[in-house]
Design a protein around this ligand. Sequence first.
Ligand code: GDP
Ligand code: IMO
Ligand code: MG
Length: 430
Amino acid sequence: MSKVDVLLGLQWGDEGKGKVVDVLTPQYDVIARFQGGPNAGHTLEFNGIKHVLRTIPSGIFHQDKINVIGNGVLIEPRIFKGEVEALTEKGVDATRNLYISLKAHLILPSHRLLDAANEQAKGKAKIGSTLKGIGPAYTDKVARTGLRVGDTLSSDFAQRYEHLKQQHVQTARMLGFDVDGFQLEGVPFAEYERLWVDSLQSLHQFRLISSEYFINQCLREGKKVLAEGAQGSMLDIDFGSYPFVTSSNTVTAGVCSGLGVAPSAVGRVMGITKAYCTRVGAGPFPTELFDATGDQLCRLGHEFGSVTGRPRRCGWIDLVALRYACMLNGVTDLFVTKPDVMDDFDEVKMCTAYSIDGQQTTEIPFNLNTVKIEPVLKSFAGWKQSVSGIHAYGQLPQNLRSYLDAIEQESGVHIMAVSTSPDRKDVLFK
Ligand code: GDP
Ligand code: IMO
Ligand code: MG
C-alpha cells in the first residue's frame, strides 16, 4: 500500500505549484487535484511553451501519467472546455489521461452571477474574488443544493439546473444587482448559458469515475499518487485570513475530503513558498511593501495574476505565516521558488515575528484583519548574481545559501529543492 504525497502552497497562492508539479510528475503515476476550481492559474513552462492550467492537474503534459480531478474540485464546464481546447492546440489529447470525479460539483453561470452580485454588495469590503463562482458553488455544495458532474447524466438535470438558477437570479436581484445587463466572458448571460450547456458534451468525452475508489485502488497496487493543491494555506477557509479567503480547505486536510483518502494514507507533504511573498485580491498582508522594492518585486517577478491579470501585491517572506502553514499542513519538505527575482537586490529581508502594540508575537493573531502589525525584519546581504543558470544546489552563492538556511531554521523544515526560473529545467534538488 503506497501513500499519497501532497504538494501545496504555503502562502496566498501563486507560489509556483504548477511548475513544481510538472517537475515532480515523472516520479508519480497519478496526479490529482483535490480542491479549488478555475480560480487557480497554474503556469508551466518548457521548450519555449508557456501554459496556464485552471482545473486540470499539472501532470497533464506527461501523457503516460493519469490526471484526476477529484470530488473536492469545482468544474466550470465552459472554462474546462477552453482548457481542453488549449491543450489540443499544443498537441495534448487530455481525453486519454484525464479522469473526472462524478462527485465534483459544477459551477453554473448563475454561480458566477451571484459571485459578482455578492462582491458588488460588499462594496469596499469586497474580497477581490476571481469571480469564477467559487464561493456560491461551494455554498450550494454545503447547503446540499449543488449539482454534480454525475447529475449531468440524469434525465432531470435540465429541471434541476433551472430551479437552482432561478434561486440564484432571485438572490442577485434582491442584492440590487443588474441581472439583465450581466455579461460573462463578454457575452450576454443567456448566450453564455447556451455555451455552458453545450460544453457539457465536452465533459462527457472524459472518463467520469468514482475517483475515491480509483485512487485507493492505485494505492493498493503500490502506485504513486501526488495530490496537487490550489491557492495557498493563508487562503484556507478555516485557517486563512477570513473572510479574505477562498471557500475550500487548501491545507493537507483537504486532500482527505477532496480525494477520499484516509489521513493515514497521506505520505510526504511538500510545501511551496516563494523566496518573497505575494497576494492578489484584498485582505491583510503584514509584510507588504508599498515602496520601490515592492514595485521591483512585482516587475522582476512578473507578478500579475495568471487568471485575472491583476497586479499582485508584493512583500518580504513572512516566517510567522510560513511556520503556521507548516504546522497546519504537516510539511515534511520545503520547496523555495523565485529567489532569482531578487538577484540584483543589495539586501533581502525576512519577517520573523509580528510586533502588535509594542508586543512581539510569533503567532498569527485572530484579529489579523483589524490589528496594526509591524513586521519584525531580519536583514540579509544580497547575492548580486544571476542564479538561473546554476545547476547544483551547492553552487548557489553563499549569501543565498545563508538566506535559505535561515528559512530552514526559522520554519523548522528542511528545504528539498529550489526553483530558479519559470522553466521546467531550472530546479536544484538539495
Ligand atoms: P501557481 O498558481 O502556484 O501554480 O503559480 P502561478 O503559475 O500562478 O505563478 C507563479 C509564476 O512564477 C508563474 O508565472 C511561473 O512561471 C513563475 N515561476 C515559477 N517558478 C519560478 C522561479 O523559480 N523563478 C521565476 N522567476 N519564476 C517562476
Ligand atoms: P492558485 O492556485 C492566488 C484569491 C482571490 C481572492 C480570494 C478569493 O493559482 O495559487 P475566489 O475566486 O476563490 O473566491 O477568491 O482568493 N485567490 C487566489 N490568489 N492564487 C490563486 O490560485 C487564487 N485563487 C483565489 O484573488 O483574493
Ligand atoms: Mg496561480
